[in-house]
Design a protein around this ligand. Structure first.
Ligand SMILES: NC(=O)N[C@H]1NC(=O)NC1=O
Length: 174
């Protein structure tokens, strides 16, 4: 899909294609559509980042709360979004042994208790050891630092999803 095709999409089609680049937050792509014409993929990415940065803290926390836990209930019950399922599988979340699963569950729950939102990390840029290590390290952060860190991870996930979509749609032809 080239950028001219993207720029010619109706908002319905744009949201259909890009609605999950930020997990379960189609409102973001719906808002960013009005910033067309985009000069390229990195321009879409920059507009999404700018929109996220312009939100109040409560909105940024809301974005984080739309993310499923890593190796959590949704993975177990098969109710993850397609993107999240691929990312979690790629990071080895489907291949944890029982000790690793309990450690992940325990740390996820401690993290949520401390911050009031789930631990978010760009799974495709990490493996299971790195995820567990960062989860326990980030648990000790101050709330403000951690919110910023988690939002940075959302932007990394978004970037990879955008690139993935545009590359795979070259074959699918919109
Ligand atoms: N909680 C969390 O980090 N979830 C995710 N990370 C990622 O790359 N995909 C996800 O679903």
């Amino acid at each position: 899909m080239d950028i001219n095709t993207v720029n010619s999409l109706s908002y319905e089609d744009f949201v259909q294609v890009f609605g999950n680049v930020v997990e379960k937050c189609p409102l973001i792509s719906a808002a960013v559509w009005s910033r067309r014409p985009f000069t390229g993929l990195s321009d879409i990415e920059a507009n999404i980042a700018e929109f996220i940065d312009s939100l109040p803290r409560s909105g940024q926390e809301g974005i984080l709360r739309c993310h499923p836990d890593l190796a959590g209930k949704d993975l177990q019950s098969g109710t993850l979004t397609r993107e999240s399922n691929e990312e979690q599988s790629q990071a080895g979340m489907t291949a944890l042994d029982s000790v690793e699963i309990s450690r992940m569950r325990h740390l996820n729950s401690e993290y949520k208790k401390r911050f009031g939102f789930p631990f978010v990390i760009c799974a495709r840029m990490n493996d299971k050891e790195a995820i567990l290590r960062q989860l326990s390290e980030r648990l000790t952060n101050e709330r403000e630092t951690e919110l910023e860190r988690a939002i940075d991870e959302v932007k990394k996930i978004c970037r990879l999803r955008l690139y993935n979509l545009v590359l795979s749609d070259t074959q699918n032809k919109l």
